[in-house]
Design a protein around this ligand. Sequence first.
Ligand code: FAD
Ligand code: UDP
Length: 375
Amino acid sequence: MKATGKDYDFLIVGSGLYGATFAHMATKAGKKCLVIDKRKHKGGNVYCTDIDGINVHTYGAHIFHTNDQHIWDFVNSFVPFNRFTNSPVSISKGKLYNLPFNMNTFYQLWNVTTPEQAKKKIEAQTAAHQYAQPANLEEQALKLVGDDVYNTLIKEYTEKQWGKKASELPAFIIKRLPLRFTFDNNYFTDKYQGIPIGGYNLLVDGLLEGIEVKLEQDFFTDRDYYFSIAEKIVYTGPIDAFYNNCFGALEYRSLEFKHEVLPQENFQGNAVVNYNDATVPYTRIIEHKHFEFGTQAHTVITYEYPKTWKPGMESYYPINDEMNMRRFKEYETLANNETNVIFGGRMAEYRYYDMHQVIGSALAKTGRLFPDLSL
Ligand code: FAD
Ligand code: UDP
């Protein structure tokens, strides 16, 4: 029940993991929430479509991973997670390599079989690239793994993914990938990893249980109305759009997904296969049944094509280079001065957040707003 004059305590723009987590915690704290989303469904980019009994990750492969016990327990309280471990492979010039960069990859590249031999190879190749402060992704990658790994598995994939030269991209992006000298193909180093059993929609439904949600409602079609019905707005869309691009548009990377149902049991033998070569227009093919160890007689695959973002398209990745970060800081200053708008999530915070980080950000925010609330 609301104490103040307006209909809602919080109007939450976006039903992705930030909006859904925020709404859940605020409701638990006794606040009245309305969640709106411009899409036809809840869940933002983790939304799954059931195609012939297979949970298809509509907006690309989503593997949950975290080191944070608290976040792991939180998500598992809505839906149990399976023990899926992401171990993608990459195809480069017709040859297949294991990811992330590990002893299997080094064997495939150089025929080396011991960590000592692999380290010697890497040391010889990185010697010429010992930049004190790598200025960009290319320098960072060369410093870390040297020329062969860079040229075989990083350069073309990266430039295709981002539509920019690796020498123009921020160094931190490549630090997402582990480098290890064991025969371990686990893409992540986190303690916890998995896929919700039955798909991500169960997680989102659990978070939003009992909360009013209105779909196909674009905040910008009537922002005055939305401000009039709630004490505070929680905004999870792109931050520059909120301010009518007043400092200029931020850059994003967009994607296109092409889904196919195939009348065969197993198309590629793995959930994720990356395609490094610039001549292949997609970056990866996802075979969804493998996320949940499916045994169906058919399969569903998705080709992921990177695209230049233009107004009207979905923005999937922030491009956190110097120019964009300078512009983002200007928007952030405006956002920090708002008294009745909260900005959260991958696009509103303009951060290359994974799911656990988005949930962590929403829990941190609600923890500060409702300090008496326990999970
Ligand atoms: P979103 O999920 O984008 O939700 C925002 C919502 O706001 C959307 O539903 C949108 O429609 C709505 N909205 C925006 N503007 C308006 C408006 N004006 N009016 C109404 N509604 C609006 N993370 C991992 O941890 N592991 C992975 O394996 C992984 N893989 C990924 C693969 C891809 C291809 C992508 C793009 C991301 C991946 N992520 C992964 C990241 C993950 O998707 C995000 O961290 C997380 O889903 C972001 O949640 P969010 O709530 O911030 O944003
Ligand atoms: N990357 C690469 N080769 C690969 C996979 C990833 O060079 O086969 C680089 C690329 O720059 C990519 C970054 O590592 O943008 C992060 O990859 P990740 O798989 O974490 O990206 P996401 O799933 O977020 O698209």
